[in-house]
Design a protein around this ligand. Structure first.
Ligand code: NAD
Length: 366
């Protein structure tokens, strides 16, 4: 297969972790007979330095012409970097928001997977963790409360703030379809999360999800109220496969779910539109505190590349190969500094490695 991949290395640790993800992809290409071609796209602080803006129109066109985009991270130290003295629309993060909007990336996917070897990093009790958990949060990304009309005004002498939460049936249908499609690639279970006992937008959400579910007879689905879901995530996370939810609920629940898996350096993510195109990136930022030291964990970016193979290119076997290689390396005891055992925990059989070595080890095991 020929795949044209746009690559946003970005700032801070971005170039270091993206290099390792490309190394692993190249190994997959060699082993399974695919040709991954890369085009660099400037975005974030490095684009500001080179062009004066965080994302040029040319860069957007290059991204649109790609089959998928793999990204490291953008931004710098928000207290000291000169990028943060610029107007908000000229700062690094404005580039990412513009890219998401230009590409209509309305579906955000964040897996929460607990590796057996990193169980110690999970704050839950052993009996709750059991054999571990593996869920996917599917969050609507371009509608709802964060994009509604907002205002702060004085009403009868009292300062009053208003935020409007709107969803139309089309916005709900397209994300619901995405959620059920993803469930078909996994354990075929969808938990749709809403607040239908209170909100009209949630009642419409529930109705449209039920309509969409009819097209997926193999998928079991259930509705869950968001407050209950927040509790269930820490009480019994094993029950979930795909959690499908709107923008604000997804924002909160995905952070809760990721917290129970341990390090930020392990968390991949994808933002998709209604084609096969996707933007794949680690959940963490540019980590300016460790940039250039060769110690950043590249695993989240490598796992984001695996998501790209699975969701943009339908290369499931190849994505499995990357995910299994990551598991193997952890099983053999290799760790970057962020996932090393904490003080008081055993370090028997554990070897600390840097960014490049971790990439080499995973590529070798693909
Ligand atoms: P951060 O995620 O960059 O760092 C938080 C902590 O996690 C730091 O201690 C860092 O060293 C550590 N960390 C993050 N990724 C790691 C990795 N792969 N390996 C090991 N340790 C890792 O968050 P922050 O410090 O709040 O933000 C720094 C910059 O990143 C800011 O400019 C912020 O706006 C930007 N940011 C960008 C994105 C993105 O590119 N999508 C996302 C979040 C933050």
């Amino acid at each position: 297969m020929e795949c044209q991949i746009g690559v946003i290395s970005g700032d801070g640790i971005g170039p270091e972790i993206v290099t390792e993800a490309k190394k692993v992809l190249d190994q997959v290409g060699k082993k399974y007979g695919h040709n991954f071609r890369y085009t660099e796209i400037l975005m974030g602080g490095c684009s500001i330095d080179a062009t004066g803006v965080p994302l040029t129109d040319d860069a957007i066109e290059t991204a649109k012409a790609s089959d998928a985009v793999l990204m490291g991270s953008i931004g710098g130290n928000t207290s000291t970097s000169p990028w943060y003295k610029l107007a908000p629309e000229l700062r690094p993060e404005a580039g990412l928001l513009k890219l998401r909007k230009s590409l209509n990336l309305f579906a955000n996917l964040r897996p929460a997977y607990l590796y057996e070897e990193l169980k110690e990093a999970c704050p839950l009790r052993d009996d709750i963790i059991g054999d571990g958990f593996d869920m996917m949060i599917m969050r609507e990304l371009t509608g709802g409360l964060y994009f509604g009309e907002r205002k702060t005004e004085e009403v009868d002498g009292v300062v009053t703030a208003t935020d409007i939460l709107t969803y139309n049936e089309n916005e709900i249908r397209r994300i619901a379809k995405r959620g059920f499609d993803i469930a078909m690639k996994r354990c075929k279970k969808v938990t749709s999360v809403d607040k239908a006992n209170v909100l009209d937008s949630s009642r419409l959400w529930r109705k449209v999800v039920e309509e969409v579910a009819k097209d997926y007879p193999e998928v079991t689905y259930e509705h869950m109220l968001v407050d209950n879901c927040a509790m269930q995530l820490v009480k019994d996370p094993k029950q979930f496969d795909v959690i499908l939810t709107e923008n604000m609920f997804g924002d909160i629940l995905s952070d809760e779910a990721s917290m129970v898996t341990g390090s930020i350096g392990m968390l991949s993510s994808a933002s998709l539109n209604d084609t096969k195109f996707g933007l794949y990136e680690p959940s963490g930022g540019s980590a300016p505190d460790i940039a250039g030291k060769g110690i950043a964990n590249p695993i989240a970016t490598i796992l984001s590349a695996a998501m790209m193979l699975r969701y943009s290119f339908d290369l499931d076997k190849e994505a499995d190969a990357i995910e299994n290689a990551v598991k193997q390396v952890l099983k053999e005891g290799y760790r970057t500094i962020d996932i090393m055992p904490q003080a008081g925990e055993s370090k028997d059989g554990i070897t600390q490695v840097g960014t490049v070595k971790m990439g080499d080890l995973i590529a070798e095991r693909v």
